[in-house]
Ligand binder design. Structure first.
Ligand code: FE2
Length: 177
């Protein structure tokens, strides 16, 4: 098992010094360290799939909407980290925003403005029925997209149908959910 984790670590952190100048990679290393320390392997698997799946969806949606792709990617990586780390989803958006702020401060990765932008998106991301700022909406939609694309043979959840349909339309996919 230890060897397996070491191999994952090697694969995920290629160790190139220049990557450490890259804020996404610096944050990824920190998040990987938290996930790799999770005892529950199934939860760990879910954490990797969801956090990095959402971060990639954030990047795609941010590119489409001309939002900040780097910050959107980082927001996706952080957004549910608290839930996996604490193994507790109660009030997870609020707790997630607090943890994200702590990490960004500790790693000195972002300006105050950028930290507020990221934390606001995380704090608001559970309110899927409400519309917030354009940047906040990237995370909400990315969250839905990851859920819906995880396995397209699963039915789309009722409360995500509207956002998923809007995303398909936005990306030029002529299909009805
Ligand atoms: Fe999520």
């Amino acid at each position: 098992m230890e060897k397996h984790i070491e191999n994952i670590q090697k694969y995920l952190h290629n160790g190139h010094a220049e990557d450490m100048e890259n804020r996404i990679e610096r944050l990824r290393k920190h998040i990987d360290d938290i996930l790799l320390n999770m005892k529950d392997t199934e939860e760990r698997r879910c954490g990797y799939l969801h956090l990095y799946g959402v971060s990639q969806a954030c990047a795609m949606i941010a590119l489409k909407r001309n939002q900040d792709v780097e910050l959107a990617t980082m927001t996706g990586m952080l957004h549910d980290l608290h839930s996996y780390k604490a193994m507790n989803t109660e009030n997870h958006a609020e707790h997630g925003a607090v943890l994200a702020r702590q990490i960004l401060k500790e790693l000195a990765l972002t300006t105050d403005y950028e930290t507020d932008l990221i934390c606001s998106a995380i704090r608001n991301h559970s309110s899927k029925a409400t519309t917030h700022s354009a940047f906040d909406e990237v995370l909400k939609d990315a969250d839905v997209l990851q859920h819906c694309l995880y396995n397209t043979l699963f039915p789309v959840m009722e409360h995500e149908k509207c956002r998923f349909q809007n995303l398909l339309t936005e990306f030029g996919i002529l299909r009805t959910v």
